[in-house]
Design a protein around this ligand. Structure first.
Ligand code: AMP
Ligand code: GLY
Length: 423
């Protein structure tokens, strides 16, 4: 079949890699792709989704897979479906689970799914009154999409009130901040769980852990994610069962009742507090860098999984994973996450010892092809991925690959998977 992937990051590159090694896949397209996806398929520069859907029809594209949330929130899935195309992703209505934190929190309350105590409001006095009732720290969230920056963990009531004022006035996040959620701080450890859904059935992927802070030991500013690993030993069968019964099933039942059955990837951000799963947030797409470790663990052909999910046939699929661990270490550019960096050429050393780098690969993200050479041009540039029979082996492989990759100003964390290795 012919497949198109919408997006341009490492997430979409890794989906492309999985499709590339899938014998069911004939032609592969990326819209818009990046400087390295051209090695896997053809990059398409069509921004308008109507036109992109027409292109998909003309080219006989059998399946489109959507990577980023913006495209989903903007309704790309509805546009493609209206034209009779098969597309894997959440509808515009279902994407509200990520597009509006107010919708999400109210949804969680309506269906009695465990979440942090909160209020949502557009009124600053109401927010201030609630802040007075909370212990420190206090969490303030902008309603809309803020590219991962819309959450403030305030260390004082004054700071929380200032965050509310700045959001509601439009100063900090424009329209995305005109509504806020104020909530209690949860103290525990975070897990990301990804569930492939077709509106009726679902398949749970191995649980992953992301490392959001820029620097080792989880300090420094929040980023899109500096590395991840899966499966994590921080979840066992009892916890899986709790998440399934208390979160996944009621979420999917709830979305059906709301007339927006959930199709696509449901990304559940959990805080585990005293062994109890509490929902921090939903996203309606794969995490990045989590996708880059889940795709190489997938044994089932990627085209089959996504096609069956997009056509309500997940019940006919037995999903299989390799019995391995995967780790991805993000290499970011010099000034990430503060500002852009100067483009820098990427050099990957020639492999001397083939065996050493077996089970490793690079997933390219913020890269451009300039005069046939690959340059680092984005914040998160690429990911060094290692697979192994243990977390330690996967980690050693990923870091061995990091040693082979060079560009001016590169920065990366040296402690990915440290919580799991401590266990
Ligand atoms: P979110 O976009 O809601 O997942 O928030 C981004 C990050 O902020 C999460 O990954 C957590 O690290 C942190 N966070 C959000 N809400 C809370 C909360 N109620 N308690 C503690 N940390 C939180
Ligand atoms: N890695 C977290 C995210 O994609 O939002």
């Amino acid at each position: 079949m012919n497949v198109m992937v919408i997006g341009s990051g490492g997430r979409e590159y890794s989906i492309g890699l999985a499709l590339k090694k899938d014998s069911n896949v004939n032609k592969l397209f990326f819209a818009p792709g990046n400087g390295a996806t051209t090695h896997l398929g053809e990059n398409i520069d069509i921004k308008n989704y109507d036109e992109l859907a027409d292109f998909a029809k003309e080219q006989g594209i059998d399946l489109t897979i959507v990577g980023p949330e913006n495209a989903l929130v903007d309704g790309v899935v509805d546009i493609f479906k209206d034209k009779g195309l098969v597309i894997f992703g959440a509808s515009k209505a279902a994407a509200r689970l990520e597009g509006s934190k107010i919708f999400m929190k109210n949804f969680l309350s309506r269906y009695h799914i465990p979440t942090a105590k909160f209020i949502e409001t557009t009124n600053s006095q109401k927010a201030f009154d609630f802040i007075e009732t909370l212990n420190l720290p206090i969490v303030v969230k902008a309603d809309g999409l803020c590219a991962g920056k819309g959450v403030i963990i305030a260390q004082s009531k004054e700071e929380a009130k200032e965050a509310v004022t700045d959001m509601l006035s439009g100063k900090s996040f424009g329209e995305a901040g005109l509504g806020v959620v104020v909530e209690e701080f949860l103290d525990g450890y975070e897990l990301s769980l990804f569930v492939i859904c077709d509106g009726n059935d679902y398949k749970i992927l191995p649980a992953a852990q992301d490392h959001k802070r820029l620097l080792d030991n989880d300090i420094g500013p929040n980023t899109g994610g500096m590395g991840a690993y899966a499966p994590t030993p921080l979840i066992d069968d009892i916890l899986y069962k709790k998440v399934e019964e208390r979160v996944i099933k009621p979420t999917l039942e709830g979305m059906k009742k709301e007339n927006s059955p959930f199709e696509g990837v449901l990304f559940i951000g959990l805080m585990i507090v005293k062994n109890e799963p509490i929902v921090l947030e939903y996203n309606v797409r794969f995490g990045d860098p989590e996708c880059e470790i889940l795709m190489p663990l997938l044994k089932t052909p990627a085209s089959e999984l996504f096609y069956k999910a997009a056509t309500r046939n997940l019940n006919k699929l037995t999903i299989e994973f390799y019995n391995k661990y995967a780790i991805a270490v993000v290499m970011a550019s010099e000034n990430y996450p503060y500002s852009n960096s100067k483009p820098a050429e990427i050099i990957v050393d020639k492999t001397v010892h083939e065996l050493q780098l077996e089970g490793t690969h690079i997933s390219y993200a913020g890269v451009s092809l300039i005069d046939e050479k690959l340059y680092a041009t984005g914040g998160r540039v690429l990911l060094c991925v290692g697979l192994g029979d243990s977390i330690k082996e996967a980690r050693d492989k990923a870091y061995m690959l990091c040693g082979q990759v060079h560009f001016a100003g590169k920065q990366f964390r040296k402690d990915i998977a440290y919580q799991a290795l401590k266990q």
